[in-house]
Every structure is written in structure tokens, then in C-alpha cells.
Design a protein around this ligand. Structure first.
Ligand code: AMP
Length: 176
């Protein structure tokens, strides 16, 4: 299957859900993609092809859909996986990064010993404004890791999240 056909196959399994979780947002639902084994494998294939040159030592996946794609990619590359979670979920000593949303703030946490001295690739399902991925990058750097790049299944280009992530390599399979 050509690269274009593979992208087309993935795109056909992403469902638009208007006005979720609030009016005006078009939610990109990846559950049909996850439920299609061949399409899910194509996502992992393409991410592995594109990030291979980065040679990360760890995949840092963002709760919650970043866990699914990130863990599959880590397993494929034969590298470790580190979860970044919403506050209060991690059992061991953790460090928190707070970031601003359109209204209010949110926060993410990582175990304090998770990434020191390691080359990390940050993975999530979707890049929107970039606040979540930027906060994750800051956590990695505060804890002594390096951010070698970012990878997403979907990028919402019109929100310009990429501009918040600096000049590091950024891979996205599907663009809207
Ligand atoms: P942001 O911090 O604005 O880049 O938002 C990215 C995070 O919010 C990711 O973890 C996404 O899963 C989620 N997200 C934001 N917008 C959408 C959307 N339109 N559809 C699905 N998930 C979204």
C-alpha cells in the first residue's frame, strides 16, 4: 500500500463529533481507528518510520490517548514508555507542570526519576493549541531529559500549536 493509501485508510477511521465536549468543538474521535486492527497497525508503522531517525530512548505518552499510540510505538521501537498523567494519579514522587487553557489552568505530572539523562520523544493523539505538549516538554527538561521531538496522529494546523513547540522535529500523520 502506498503512503497516500495508508494515510487515507487512517483518515477514513477518524470520526468527527461536533459539539463535544462543548459547543463549537469538533472532537476528532479515534475510537473507530483503534477498533480497526489493520488501521491501528498502519499508524504504528508510519510513526515508527517517521521517528526512526530521531532514535529516542524513551517514548513519553500523554494521558490518555497518548498512552495508546505511545505504548504501541515504544513496543515497536523496542524502547521504554513513560506516562504523563493528570494530577494525583501517579503513585511515586512526581513533579507537576501547570499550563493555561482558554479558560483556567490544567496540570500534568511525571515521576521525578522517569527521564533523567534520556533522549525522549513526546507522543499524543492530537496537537491542537500545543499547551499540553509544551507542558510535557517542560516536564521532561525540568527532570533532566532531552526532548528530541514530538509525534502526533493528528495535527489541527489552524490552531498553530506547532509554533509553541520550538524548532524540534514534529511529526503528524493527518492534518486538518
Ligand atoms: P492542546 O493542548 O490544545 O494542544 O490540546 C491537545 C490535547 O487535547 C490532546 O491530548 C488531545 O487529545 C485533546 N484535544 C484537543 N482538541 C481536540 C479535538 N478537537 N479532538 C480530540 N482531542 C482534542
Amino acid at each position: 500500500m502506498s503512503s497516500d493509501d495508508r494515510i487515507q485508510r487512517i483518515q477514513s477511521r477518524i470520526r468527527d463529533v461536533p459539539d463535544f465536549p462543548k459547543p463549537g468543538i469538533v472532537f476528532k474521535d479515534v475510537t473507530p481507528l483503534l477498533g480497526d486492527g489493520a488501521a491501528f497497525r498502519i499508524v504504528t508503522d508510519l510513526l515508527a518510520e517517521r521517528v526512526g531517525a530521531t532514535k529516542p530512548e524513551l517514548i513519553v505518552g500523554i494521558e490518555s490517548r497518548g498512552f495508546i499510540f505511545g505504548a504501541a510505538l515504544a513496543e515497536r521501537l523496542g524502547v521504554g514508555f513513560v506516562p504523563v498523567r493528570k494530577p494525583g494519579k501517579l503513585p511515586y514522587r512526581s513533579v507537576r507542570e501547570t499550563y493555561s487553557l482558554e479558560y483556567g489552568t490544567d496540570a500534568l505530572e511525571m515521576h521525578e526519576d522517569a527521564v533523567a539523562g534520556r533522549r525522549c520523544l513526546v507522543v499524543d493523539d492530537l496537537l491542537a493549541t500545543g499547551g499540553t505538549a509544551a507542558a510535557t516538554g517542560k516536564l521532561v527538561e525540568r527532570l533532566g531529559g532531552t526532548v528530541e521531538g514530538f509525534a502526533f496522529v493528528i495535527e489541527l494546523d489552524f490552531l498553530k500549536g506547532r509554533a509553541r513547540l520550538g524548532s524540534r522535529p514534529l511529526h503528524a500523520l493527518i492534518h486538518y
